[in-house]
Write a protein that binds this ligand. Structure first.
Ligand SMILES: [Zn+2]
Length: 237
């Protein structure tokens, strides 16, 4: 009998590792048939410049309540009301989940970073849009910078109120391409937006979740397969 179940276990190494995900159940197998998988290696010199600002993503984040949960091999921060959203091509996508990977899944110009934060969004039809933020780990608690407000998490109440903009870098230039989820069922198409400014994430923030963090929860790079990658410069500067 073929397993078709969201709870089929998978991991980042061994018999349930990334090279075997598509063999674990037919749901994962179906996702893996999407030709354009993620993550990929992003390069400024190979990306097409986007000239029309109508093709940009816009952020409409606001302060709201989040809880944290461990599942799918990482820590997830989940909003209660999903009031924050982004707009792309006149479609609104609500922020549904924030989680991270160590080290980064995407590479930029030959460089992998220590952490990649994923802000996962969904429109009314259930289509996903994911924003990726590559980060270095700052050794000290950040007094300034985009992630300073996220330095402390209330682990007793499992509740925190913050503006998810704290996870975004200052400069909004980014790569855009069509890919897949980077975890099973690795389905696509998914619109990806990856900032090229490397953000700073304080070690104090990460160490709160240290016991539950799985190091090495990054899917290996996938083939580009001739797909187009776009680059959108920040025009506010
Ligand atoms: Zn992710």
């Amino acid at each position: 009998m073929v397993k078709r179940n969201m709870d089929v276990p998978w991991s980042y190494s061994g018999a349930n590792g990334p090279e075997y995900w598509h063999t674990l159940c037919d749901w994962y197998a179906e996702g893996a048939t999407f030709r354009y998988q993620s993550p990929i290696h992003l390069r400024h010199d190979a990306a097409s410049q986007i000239v029309h600002s109508s093709e940009a993503i816009s952020f409409h984040y606001q302060t709201e309540r989040f809880t944290e949960k461990e599942f799918k091999n990482t820590i997830h921060f989940i909003p209660f009301e999903c009031d924050s959203y982004v707009t792309f091509n006149n479609v609104d996508y609500a922020l549904t989940d924030i989680h991270y990977h160590l080290p980064s899944e995407h590479w930029i110009d030959g460089q992998q970073q220590s952490v990649e934060i994923h802000l996962v969004h969904m429109d009314k039809e259930g289509n996903n849009l994911v924003v990726g933020v590559l980060c270095e780990i700052a050794p000290e608690i950040l007094a300034e910078g985009p992630l300073r407000q996220s330095a402390v998490w209330d682990l007793d109440r499992h509740l925190e109120v913050f503006d998810p903009s704290v996870f975004l870098p200052k400069t909004r230039s980014h790569f855009h391409y069509v890919g897949s989820l980077t975890t099973p069922p690795t389905k696509g198409p998914i619109n990806w937006f990856v900032f090229d400014e490397i953000a700073q994430l304080s070690r104090a923030f990460l160490s709160q979740f240290q016991e539950e963090i799985l190091q090495g929860n990054n899917r290996p790079l996938q083939e580009l397969r001739g797909r187009d990658v776009y680059y959108f410069p920040d025009r506010t500067e």
